[in-house]
Design a protein around this ligand. Structure first.
Ligand code: 15L
Length: 272
């Protein structure tokens, strides 16, 4: 597959939060191409700063640290926080208090745009026989999905009240390849993730846009028509992985909520 096109340098300083996580490590390698300085942040170890990088460790729930972190930043790719379903308290701190701290610091420092890693789990309680769009009401499938719905609402408020633009990416399953049959619908390749983030950073006008983060999969539950203004064109598909994925998981239990609902295994997690 052709690599995403090289963008012109659009930003002086771009902040990547959650830079030590799975997607953060991928985007660390790829986002340098669109900024002069890539500022990396996480609570986990990030290693030494490479050329064109700055490393600024910070906890999202620490408002003062967020204020320092956002200084001199033009735009943000916010991947930080808890990325799976779990007990409420850590999600409250990192994903709800944390996203508020980030937006408030971004507003105070005049940041123009945030690309927010939301999640398909904002709508995880829709069934797998429904095709939905970002206009449909949210149906979070747990604490994590609820926290991402809060982040999207916060993004809408910060645009309506302060003009701070956001693209909320309802990321499906971004891994090297689909791990199970559900991911034949939800898979987002790393190259398409890069394309989606670059499109979200560089589209001229986004307001608060919501888009599902998926590759050009044949099976799909999500309609991104209303996000066409972003200019995101996925180039990869889960289809080449179908035969091997179905062979690994030949029988599906249709009584299992993880098989019925789009959120998969997240819908049955807890109570914690
Ligand atoms: C997510 O939001 C998670 O961060 C990721 O680990 C996957 O589980 C993904 O959703 C998914 O739905 O497959």
């Amino acid at each position: 597959m052709p690599r995403p096109p090289t963008p012109t340098i659009t930003f002086g300083r771009l902040l990547l939060t959650g830079a030590a996580g799975g997607l953060g490590r991928e985007l660390r390698l790829r986002l340098k191409r669109c900024c002069q300085v890539l500022r990396l942040s996480d609570v986990a170890e990030l290693g030494a700063a490479g050329p064109g990088e700055e490393v600024v460790p910070a906890a999202l729930q620490d408002a003062a640290a967020m204020h320092t972190l956002l200084q001199g930043v033009d735009a943000v790719v916010h991947l930080g926080g808890v990325s799976v379903e779990g007990p409420f308290e850590p999600i409250l701190q990192a994903n709800i208090v944390g996203v508020y701290n980030l937006y408030e610091a971004a507003r105070q420092h005049g940041v123009k745009r945030i690309v927010f890693a939301s999640s398909n789990h904002v709508t995880g309680f829709y069934r797998q026989d429904e095709v939905i769009s970002p206009k449909d009401p949210v149906r979070p499938d747990g604490h994590y999905g609820l926290s991402k719905a809060f982040g999207e609402n916060l993004a809408q408020f910060y645009f309506d009240r302060y003009g701070l633009e956001t693209v909320s990416l309802r990321i499906g399953s971004s891994f090297p390849e689909p791990k199970d049959r559900r991911m034949l619908a939800t898979w987002l390749s790393y190259d398409d993730l890069e394309r989606l983030v670059l499109a979200s950073l560089t589209a001229p006008v986004v307001g608060h846009s919501i888009v599902y983060g998926m590759s050009d999969n044949t099976t799909t539950w999500w309609d991104n028509t209303r996000a066409a203004h972003l200019g995101y064109r996925p180039q990869d598909s889960s289809e080449p992985f179908r035969a091997a994925t179905e062979a690994r998981q030949p029988v599906l239990d249709r009584a299992d909520p993880a098989v019925v609902y789009q959120g998969g295994g997240f819908v049955t997690k807890g109570p914690f």
